[in-house]
Every structure is written in C-alpha cells, then in structure tokens.
Design a protein around this ligand. Structure first.
Ligand code: GDP
Length: 592
C-alpha cells in the first residue's frame, strides 16, 4: 500500500460519475491505491477512467468515509470537468444499434440461429460474402437500423463478461426448442439475464418439427415467472425456425421493439471506449482482439489501453475481413496492434497517445501486483460491515440443491425471511452441483452460493477461490435457513440495551493530587466492574455517562467489587461527585 489516508474526511460528496483520480483526491489516497481498491471489487479501471457513484461509494465506505451523492447537475458538470471532455449524457448522445446475446439450453439452436440471422442478412456480393467468426457481428437491414449480435452464445460467456465488469448486452434472446421445452439451462439463462437486468425475448425455435409445441413452451415459461404476451405478460415470444428461416424477420423486429424502449444512445464524438469480446494470438498478425465499441469512435492509429495491455490500432477489420478506418458505437471490430493478448470482458479505451497507454497499463500492472490475493467479495461474515457502510440492502443468493423437493422447501423458507429494508434475493435456484457458471453469476451479482447436499465442481471451486465468491455447504435445511437468518440479522442495525451490573452510593469524597476527586462508595447492588461504563445519577437525573478510570479496594486496584463492600471510584472525565450520588455500573448488550 502506498499512501494511507492521512486524516480522511468523515463524509465525502461524490458525483454520479467520477474519475479514479478524482475519487482518490476526494478520499486523500493515491491513484494507485484507488485502482487497487477498485480491483478488490472486481473493477479494472485506469486513472482517468470514470466510475459510477455506487462503485466510488464502496471505496469510500471501506475507508470509513460516508459517501453522499451530489445533486445531478453538479455531478454531470464535475464528470465533464474531470474527464476533460463531455460525459456521455443523453443530450449529446445519438441513437445506437442494440447489442444482442443469444442464450438457452444446449442444442436448442443458439448457434444455428446466429448463423441463420447472419446468412439471411449478408449483403450479397460484399467482400465475397464470407463471414468470419470474430465473436460478434452486425447485420445491416434494408428496412431498419443495424443490430449487433454477440457470437459467443450461452450464459456462461455472458456472465463471465459481466463478472469482469463488461455489460455489453442490451437484449437477451432466450432460445427454447419447441419440441423439447424449457430445460434446466433455459432456467439458468433466464436467471442470468434477470440478474444482469437485461430485457429478455424468447425465441421458440425448431417450429418446423412435427413435435413442436410452442404453446407448451409458453406455459412452461409461466412457471418460471416469464409471462409471455399471449398470456397477458410483457415478454415477447417469437416462433422461429433456424432451419427454414421462418420467423427470423419477426425476431429481429421484436429485438428492435425492445431495444427502442430502452432508448439506447451513445456519443460517437469522443474517444472510443468499449469492451474486449474475444482475443487470440494470430501467428502472423500478432495479438488480435474483437472490440465492441460502446461509446465514441475508434479510429485507425488510436492508442489503446485494456487491463494490463496497451497498444495502438494498426489495422481494423469487420466480420467480413474488410478494412475499416473507423468504428462507432455498437460496432464490433477486430483490432490488430495490441502488444499482448487482452482478456475478454475487460474494458478498452482510446487514450491521448501510446505513451499514456503504456503508462496506464503499467500503473494497472503495479496495482494488480499490489492487490495480490486481497480480492474479496461479499461473504456472509462480511455482510454486516458492508451493510453498516450502506453498501448492501439485500442478501443475494444462489441455491443449488440435491433434489427438486429441497429446492422448493428452501426457496419457500427463504421467502419468509428478511424484513424492513433488507431483502433476500434468490437470483437462481436449481438442482445439481455448484458449477463454474453459478460461481460466475455469483461473482457478477455479489451473491453467495448455498450448496445443499451437493458437491462443488472442481472448476467451480477454483473459480470461487480466484474470484473470492463464497460457497456455503449445508446438509440440514434448518442450519441453512438459520445461517441466512443470522446474516440478515447482521444486516439490521444492531440494537443495544443497557444491562446494570451493580450500583454504588457515594458516601465520602477524597482528593488525590494525581487523579483528582475520588468517590468513596458503598456497593448497594450487584457487582462493580472495572471495565463497565458508569452513569452518575443525582436525584434520579443523569449527570454523566463515562468510562471507569479506576476501582480500588483499600490501596489495591480491583477488577470488581461485590455488593456490601466499600471501594474508591475514579471516573474518566468526571469528578464533580456529591455525597448521595448513585453510580450505576452497566454494560451494553445486543438484543436483536
Ligand atoms: P446450440 O447448442 O444451442 O448452439 O444448438 P445448435 O445450433 O448447435 O443446434 C442443435 C441442433 O439442432 C443441430 O443439429 C441443429 O441442426 C438443430 N437445429 C437448430 N435449429 C433448428 C431448427 O429450427 N429446426 C430443426 N429442425 N433443427 C434445428
């Protein structure tokens, strides 16, 4: 650790967005220290990156500084000033294409659907029409705006990105095969999309098959609280066939509709920032990264920094292998020119020049080395502190259990827990062992995994270890419920009650040149203890509430004095005793 906060202010006003440097200045810690602390929360940010209020507040709270949110207009202005440019405010942004991820159970047709959508929309004759797999692609449509698809289907990749801090998806399409219906990974996909707070569309696929039963799919979805439009809900469910191409147009239209409601905007007139979608080492061209530009415009020649890696855009290509000179918001591009292979899910951004990029990467590297194993997320035991700091208002849980009956029983019991201000939020529950994707979901959502009579897959255990996710194993339901209850109790403001240990009456006063006035007392009730607190009562009115400065029996210091004995009492910061005062010795006891 480098600079420690010298004497941190007790509260700090934070804007909605603040640069890492700005946050450090407000808290009186160095930028490196700030970066390190952010890393322990899984946020990889460079000195000039902007972080949101919630994240900044977390760091402040850790340092014992109470964060206070600044009023919005100031916040925007502050962010603008600090970033030396404009914030990506709505007024300056222009509409941008939506970014879609396809999720669903294995073999329900995610890949086929992505291929079918891509093929239907390949502009004939363009660059030979051959599309490469670069991790994401964008379709151009005659009748509408472009749509970007993330080409790594499945919720594992989706949540892995999220766990690294990248939220790239605007719309999640959950594919359900019409002949197979809702399966375990369908439920997982739904829960992962929900945990990410991403709106969902259902694609009922394989409707070309004789065994297809779209209505059954709609019914089954209802059981998982996904109520489709036909059943009076709000979720659009579109019957499609990746095999025949039927319904694909409707699906894209549905995506448009859902995206429109979100009013997606971005400002193309600023340095680019985005996320790394995929990366590899090409034997000829060196490190190649597929970057989704989320804001600004990426241009050939731009200096880049992502995680610990810096570089420069030597060349950019689209999914058809065509050279691009620039790429605006929601455009996936393959970038050549990074010095090393970056990590998928990491943020990437254009900076002033290569020197700055290298310096930022170097700073991040040093911070990463310093941060070492100090990564920690929410655990049942640390929850209380997090809550006292105002960071946690709900206990987010994932439940894996041996059989459906236990899932239902535990889910039911958990629903009854929690109360004012603190909620239990079960974001995913299923049967089967704790998997890597459960752990990633937990990491991305600040959740704790409860494992009831199930094992943890070795890969999941490794991931949990690396990301600091807590997995709690139980064999008895009531023990599981009890520990959740205890954690919730920790979430409440503790209430203390005074418990009186003993009472003494002041009978005589002495003066000591060393300690001031000493009260000569007689213990009328209970036991006086040296480590108690003391209320001085005169005619029933409190004169002082202070600590004990000394307790003496004859000439000796005493730890306690019993009822019926005499003793001398010295108090911390109070010596205006009068004969007849009552000294009430007490301690605080937590009652909730
Ligand atoms: P993924 O695991 O979800 O990516 O599923 P795939 O796209 O690999 O598809 C699994 C299988 O279902 C493959 O054999 C596909 O050919 C088949 N399939 C996918 N979509 C359809 C469809 O609409 N109709 C039919 N009949 N088969 C499909």
């Amino acid at each position: 650790m480098t600079a420690r906060p010298t004497s941190p202010p007790r509260t700090v006003a934070l804007p909605d967005a603040v640069t890492v440097k700005g946050l450090g200045e407000r808290l009186g810690i160095s930028p490196i220290e700030t970066i390190k602390r952010l890393m322990t929360h899984g946020v990889m940010a460079a000195m000039n990156d902007t972080i949101d209020y919630e994240t900044a507040a977390l760091v402040a709270a850790e340092l014992g500084v109470a964060p206070a949110r600044m009023a919005a207009p100031d916040a925007v202005a502050a962010a603008v000033r600090e970033s030396g440019g404009d914030a990506d405010a709505d007024e300056t942004g222009v509409p941008r294409p939506p970014v879609v991820t396809i999720l669903g159970h294995v073999d329900h047709g995610k890949t086929s659907l992505l291929d079918a959508i891509r093929e239907t929309n390949v502009v004939a004759g363009e660059a030979g029409g051959i599309t490469q797999h670069i991790g994401a692609y964008q379709i151009e449509r005659a009748g509408g705006g472009p749509v970007t698809f993330i080409d790594t289907p499945g919720h594992a990749a989706f949540t892995a990105m999220r766990a690294r801090g990248a939220q790239v998806t605007d719309v999640a399409v959950v594919v359900v095969a019409a002949d197979d219906g809702v399966m375990p990974q369908t439920v997982e996909a739904i829960d992962h999309a929900r945990a990410a707070d991403v709106p969902m569309i259902v694609a009922i696929n394989k409707t070309d098959l004789p065994a297809a039963d779209p209505d059954r799919v709609r019914r089954q979805l209802t059981e998982h609280s996904v109520v489709v439009e036909e059943y009076g809900g709000e979720v659009l469910a579109v019957p499609v066939s990746a095999a025949t191409g039927a319904g694909l147009g409707d699906l894209v239209e549905a995506i448009d509709l859902v995206a429109e409601l979100q009013e997606l905007r971005a400002n193309p007139d600023r340095p680019a920032s985005g996320a790394v979608i995929e990366a590899e080492l090409d034997p000829r061209r060196g490190p190649l990264a597929t970057v989704l530009v989320q804001s600004g415009t990426l241009r050939q020649g731009d200096a880049l920094v992502t995680g610990l890696v810096s570089g420069k855009v030597k060349a950019m290509f689209d999914e058809r292998g065509a050279r691009l000179r620039e790429a605006g918001p929601a455009r996936p591009v393959r970038v050549m020119g990074l010095e090393d292979v970056p990590v998928a899910g990491d943020a990437i951004r254009a900076v002033a020049d290569e020197r700055t990029a290298r310096r930022l990467a170097e700073e991040a590297r040093r911070a990463a080395e310093g941060a070492g194993a100090s990564r920690g997320r929410v655990t049942l035991d640390t929850l209380f502190n997090e809550v006292s700091a105002g960071n946690v208002k709900e206990l987010v849980l994932i439940l894996k259990a041996d059989v459906r009956g236990s899932v239902e029983a535990i889910r039911g019991a958990l629903q009854g827990l929690g109360g004012e201000g603190v909620k239990v939020k079960l974001i995913h529950s299923a049967t089967g062992p704790v998997s890597e994707s459960d752990v990633m979901l937990a990491g991305a959502s600040g959740a704790i995994v409860l494992a009831f009579n199930v094992k943890t897959e070795p890969s999941a255990a490794r991931e949990a270890e690396a990301s600091g996710v807590e997995i709690r194993a139980y064999e008895v339901i009531y023990q599981l419920i009890e520990s959740v209850e205890q954690a919730l109790e920790g979430l409440y403001e503790p209430v203390y009650e005074r418990v009186v240990d003993g009472v003494a009456e002041v009978r005589q006063l002495f003066r000591s040149s060393r300690v001031g006035r000493i009260a000569g007392c007689y213990v009328t009730e209970g036991t006086l203890r040296r480590n108690s607190r003391i209320r001085v009562l005169r005619n029933g009115e409190e004169q002082a509430d202070v600590g004990c400065g000394g307790l003496r029996r004859f000439r000796d210091d005493a730890r306690e004095v019993q009822q019926g004995f005499e003793c001398g009492v010295v108090l911390d910061g109070f010596d205006a005793f009068a004969e007849g005062d009552l000294l009430e010795f007490y301690h605080q006891q937590r009652v909730n």
